[in-house]
Write a protein that binds this ligand. Structure first.
Ligand SMILES: [Fe+2]
Length: 194
């Protein structure tokens, strides 16, 4: 009687490593999703969202940089505050990126791609004085807010209510609140005597 055939050499527990593929969707294109929004509206929203996404990723990185590089008498509270804001921006980044995907687009992800798209000024590689760090963060916030107000209005005009809502209720409101907390640290108040 013949022995049962050996299992095929192809059946194994070996992962198929080092796999590569061509791009299956180009950046800037949208797939067809049945969400009652035209291709033009979805493509336009993705373009505006990717700008906000790139700038928000830079803002997140600036928050972490300044969280690490903070110094001086208010080190501890600013160290904690900037990390809290970084965490909130990180959540925002995920929400924006997933909105791009929801619209059938491709979210900007690689930091080197982010650097090509962002309009936020580059910080020096070294450390600045704490008030300059805070001013830099405020300027990045305001650049995003200016863009976000315009983007919210225009995507709304094209019928993309969901993107309008995300930009208004998350990007703008979070940004405005974080600006308040930063700006209060730049008020020159006496520490001990009024
Ligand atoms: Fe930390």
């Amino acid at each position: 009687m013949n022995k049962p055939a050996k299992r095929s050499a192809n059946v194994s527990s070996q992962p198929w490593l080092h796999q590569h593929s061509a791009e299956v969707q180009k950046f800037g294109t949208v797939r067809q999703f049945p969400i009652a929004l035209s291709v033009d509206a979805r493509r336009y929203s993705c373009e505006r969202l990717n700008q906000i996404l790139a700038d928000s990723q830079i803002l997140y990185a600036l928050y972490k940089k300044h969280h690490w590089l903070m110094r001086g008498a208010t080190f501890y509270q600013l160290h904690l505050l900037l990390d809290k804001h970084a965490g909130e921006q990180n959540e925002l980044i995920d929400a924006i990126a997933e909105r791009v995907q929801t619209l059938g687009g491709v979210a900007v992800g690689d930091p080197r791609h982010v650097a090509e798209i962002t309009r936020i000024d580059r910080a020096p590689n070294g450390a600045e004085e704490p008030p300059a760090m805070l001013s830099r963060l405020l300027e990045a916030h305001e650049a995003i807010l200016i863009d976000a107000h315009d983007a919210a209005k225009r995507v709304g005009e094209m019928g993309d209510d969901g993107t309008n809502d995300l930009i208004v209720s998350e990007v703008i409101r979070t940004g405005e609140l974080q600006c308040w907390f930063l700006a209060e640290h730049l008020v020159d108040t006496p520490l001990v005597r009024a």
